[in-house]
Design a protein around this ligand. Structure first.
Ligand SMILES: C[S@@+](CC[C@H](N)C(=O)[O-])C[C@H]1O[C@@H](n2cnc3c(N)ncnc32)[C@H](O)[C@@H]1O
Length: 277
C-alpha cells in the first residue's frame, strides 16, 4: 500500500468506529436524562440504561447501518430457507434480504423489548406476516430454550434437540453472554445437515491477514468504553474459533468462512458452517 492509499483509506477506516462510539455516548446521555426525569429509580440499573440507549441508537441508525452489509452477506441471506432461528434480529433490518417464499417459519430471539415494535413493522413490510415469531429472549440457552419451549419448538430443557434448518447469526455474537457455551448450545439446535450462517465482527487476525495497528485500535476502543456504550458488544471476540469448536470431535461437515476487511478495526467473518447429516 503506498503512502497516499494509507492516508486516504486505511487510517479513516481505523478511526471510523470512533464516530459510532460518539453516537453511542450521545444516546446514552439522552437515555440517562430521560430516565432521570421519568423513572429516576431506574438510574441505578446500568443494564437497563445500556440496553435502552443501544435500542435507541439502533432504531435511529440501524437502517442506515444495514444499507451496505459486509461482502458476501447478501447472497448468504438470499439463500436462507426452511425453519429458521434469527438471533438478535433487532428491528429486522435484514428481513428485506431474505426470501419469504423459501422460508417455512422464522423464530427471532430478541431480548431488547424496545426493538420489538419496529421488528413487527418490518415483519409485515417484508412479507413475513404469519411466518415470523418474535420472542423476548436472548440467544443464551437459559433464556432461549424456555422461549422456544413456550412456542412448542422444543420439549423442555433439552438444548441438544436438532430443530432448525438454519440459524442466522448476523451482527449478534459480539454481544451474547458466555459466547463459547452459547454457540455450542446453538449447534445442538441445528438439525443434522442444518446450516449456521454468519456475519460477525471479530478480533483482528493480526498474525495472518490483519494488521497490528488494527488490533491495537480494537484494544483502544475497548479501553475507552466500546463495550459499555454498545450494550456489551465486544470487538475482540474469537468467534471464528468458537464456531469451529462448537461441533466438537465430530466436526462440521463443511466450514466456509471468509474475513472481510481484516485490516480494519472492525473486521467481519462472513460465511456458513454446515452440520453433518
Ligand atoms: C447490532 S444489532 C444487529 C441486529 C440484526 N441482527 C442485524 O444485523 O440487523 C445486535 C442485536 O443483538 C441483540 N442482542 C443483544 N444481546 C443479545 C443476546 N444475549 N441474545 C440475542 N440477541 C442479543 C440486540 O438487542 C440487538 O438487537
Amino acid at each position: 500500500m503506498c503512502g497516499t492509499d494509507l492516508v486516504a483509506q486505511y487510517i479513516p477506516r481505523l478511526l471510523s468506529p470512533m464516530l459510532l462510539l460518539f453516537i453511542a455516548v450521545y444516546h446514552f446521555i439522552i437515555i440517562v436524562l430521560q430516565t432521570a426525569v421519568t423513572r429516576p429509580w431506574k438510574l441505578i440499573n446500568i443494564h437497563y440504561l445500556r440496553t435502552k440507549s443501544f435500542s435507541r441508537l439502533w432504531k435511529e441508525n440501524g437502517a442506515q447501518m444495514s444499507q451496505e452489509m459486509p461482502a458476501g452477506t447478501d447472497s448468504l441471506l438470499a439463500s436462507v430457507s426452511g425453519l429458521v432461528l434469527d438471533l438478535g434480529p433487532g428491528t429486522g433490518e435484514i428481513l428485506s434480504r431474505l426470501n419469504p417464499s423459501q422460508i417455512l417459519a422464522v423464530y427471532g430471539a430478541e431480548p431488547a423489548v424496545d426493538m420489538h415494535s419496529k421488528l413487527r413493522e418490518n415483519v409485515k413490510k417484508h412479507g413475513f406476516d404469519g411466518k415470523y415469531t418474535p420472542m423476548l429472549c436472548g440467544a443464551e440457552p437459559e433464556s432461549l430454550i424456555p422461549a422456544l419451549a413456550k412456542c412448542g419448538m422444543v420439549t423442555g430443557d433439552a438444548a441438544g434437540e436438532g430443530v432448525f434448518d438454519e440459524i442466522c447469526c448476523i451482527r449478534v455474537l459480539c454481544g451474547i453472554p458466555r459466547p463459547r457455551d452459547t454457540i455450542q448450545a446453538l449447534y445442538g439446535l441445528l438439525k443434522p445437515g442444518g446450516r449456521m450462517i454468519v456475519c460477525e465482527h471479530v478480533v483482528v487476525p493480526w498474525r495472518t491477514e490483519g494488521s497490528k495497528m488494527a488490533r491495537f485500535m480494537q484494544f483502544v476502543y475497548t479501553m475507552i468504553g466500546w463495550p459499555f456504550f454498545m450494550a456489551g458488544c465486544e470487538l475482540q471476540r474469537h468467534t471464528e474459533l468458537w464456531l469451529r469448536e462448537a461441533a466438537g470431535r465430530e466436526g462440521w461437515a463443511s466450514v466456509n468462512l471468509k474475513y472481510v476487511e481484516p485490516k480494519t478495526a472492525v473486521p467481519f467473518i462472513v460465511g456458513e458452517l454446515r452440520k453433518r447429516g
